[in-house]
Design a protein around this ligand. Structure first.
Ligand code: NAP
Ligand code: ZN
Ligand code: ZN
Length: 347
């Protein structure tokens, strides 16, 4: 079917109205009318070709909540009328050790990105959630509870799972002293999850005006990173840090706040390479690690936990026509704390 969307055609282009064809619903496919799509900083990085792998025209969007409008003959997991969610990938090889372990995001062949990728045929481009409809294999679609507002659930599909997965993997819980770097889309979910898991959360931020919000979201301590005393005071204090920063910054300063054997996990992806003195990790036997989104099973677990504990993103709902303005504001750290596009604005 022909769908309406917003696309960009080059790194310096803005997003404009665009039309393209979604595939027919196959036996294992589900078609959804998209209700809301969150705006991730990865959308902006890829629209601008920050990571040097962009495919144009690009329809961004990988925080998708929609309503099922059609299911294929073999579909058992979803029914017409239910809510569904699509995150950052829509397929993977399904047979490699990562896929069979439910860690499809680390598929050895590379998972099929929801946009800025190609289907498994290697040549059909994928288009994301800044569009009215999506067709997706039932195995890569998530169940979304009717209990929560869908506009605020959409960001859980990337910002939520990207912070949930490392917090779970590194077993953050009661007694953990953790740092969250950056209070944006990912950062505010990391603060909420860290607090929900019982950790003591220190929020590192460059924005003094975010202190009150940070504490309301669950942070126990606010650390202004522009104040050099911050790093002296916190030296050797934390067990774990999740770094969500989207722009180049000084990793060694944050590493210095880790205890013996502490771990700092990078989830933010600035366009430049990371550089830091080896002593930042040698002293204190510290680790610098990374983590990518999350697998289908753990994403479902996260969504179910959020429904049970009433956790959603804090969103500013916008019409698609405001998307270029939203990108400009995101670059100025002026988002509280995720834009969510109301796709009804595209009809
Ligand atoms: P966002 O909403 O724009 O938040 C980023 C935050 O980083 C800002 O709000 C700001 O927080 C802080 N920041 C920005 N520039 C900074 C600078 N120069 N120095 C220090 N702090 C700075 O972005 P997001 O959507 O949360 O995404 C964050 C990053 O994660 C992006 O690079 C994105 O591509 C990446 N990402 C990775 C994965 C993964 O799987 N690993 C998944 C999704 C996104 P303060 O105002 O509090 O300082
Ligand atoms: Zn994302
Ligand atoms: Zn695989």
């Amino acid at each position: 079917m022909k769908v309406q969307a917003y696309a960009t055609h080059s790194p310096t282009d803005q997003l404009h109205p665009f039309q393209f064809m979604r595939r027919d619903v196959g036996p294992r496919d589900v078609k959804m009318e998209i209700l809301f799509c969150g705006v991730c900083h990865s959308d902006l990085h890829q629209a601008h070709n920050d990571w040097k792998n962009s495919i144009y025209p690009m329809v961004p969007g990988h925080e998708i909540v929609g309503r099922v409008t059609e299911v294929g003959g073999e579909v058992k997991k979803f029914k017409t009328g239910e809510l569904g969610g699509v995150g950052c990938f829509v397929d993977s090889c399904r047979v490699c050790p990562s896929c069979t372990a439910g860690l499809e995001q680390y598929c050895v062949e590379g998972c099929t990105q929801t946009y800025n990728g190609y289907e498994r045929d290697g040549k059909t481009p994928t288009y994301g959630g800044y569009s009215t409809h999506i067709v997706v294999d039932q195995d890569y679609l998530l169940h979304v509870s009717e209990k929560l507002p869908p506009a605020a659930v959409a960001p859980l599909l990337c910002a939520g799972i990207t912070t949930w997965s490392p917090l779970r993997h590194w077993k953050i819980g009661k007694g953990s002293r953790i740092g969250v770097v950056g209070l944006g889309g990912l950062g505010h979910m990391a603060v909420k999850f860290g607090a929900a898991f019982g950790a003591e959360v220190t929020l590192f931020s460059t924005s003094p005006d975010k202190e009150a919000d940070g504490k309301k979201l669950g942070a126990h301590r606010f650390a202004m990173t522009k104040d050099p005393d911050t790093f002296k005071k916190l030296a050797g204090q934390l067990d774990f840090i999740i770094d969500t920063v989207s722009a180049p910054h000084d990793y060694s300063a944050y590493l210095s706040t880790l205890k013996l054997d502490g771990t700092m996990v990078c989830v933010g992806v600035p366009e430049d390479n990371i550089s830091f003195p080896p002593f930042s990790v040698i002293m204190g036997r510290r680790s610098l690690a990374g983590s990518a989104i999350g697998g289908i099973a753990e994403t479902q677990e996260m969504l179910d936990f959020c429904a049970e504990h009433n956790i959603v993103a804090d969103v500013e709902v916008i019409p698609i026509q405001k998307i270029n303005e939203a990108y400009d504001r995101m670059l100025k750290n002026d988002v509280k704390y995720r834009f969510s596009i109301d796709m009804a604005s595209l009809k």
